[in-house]
Design a protein. Structure first.
Length: 49
């Protein structure tokens, strides 16, 4: 029984991440760029004082 538990623990500890970190970074970058674009477009519609 102990051997089975150790084998399961070892198999679980060597797995790849569920989502690639580059995908997470790309999504975060896209969201931030979209917010920057919205801020820029909002500023174009306002008069300068």
């Amino acid at each position: 029984m102990l051997d089975l538990m150790l084998a399961a623990e070892e198999a679980a500890s060597h797995g790849e991440p569920a989502i690639n970190p580059y995908v997470i970074g790309g999504i975060a970058l896209a969201v931030l760029m979209a917010l920057l674009l919205v801020t820029f477009l909002f500023g174009l519609g306002r008069e300068h004082s």
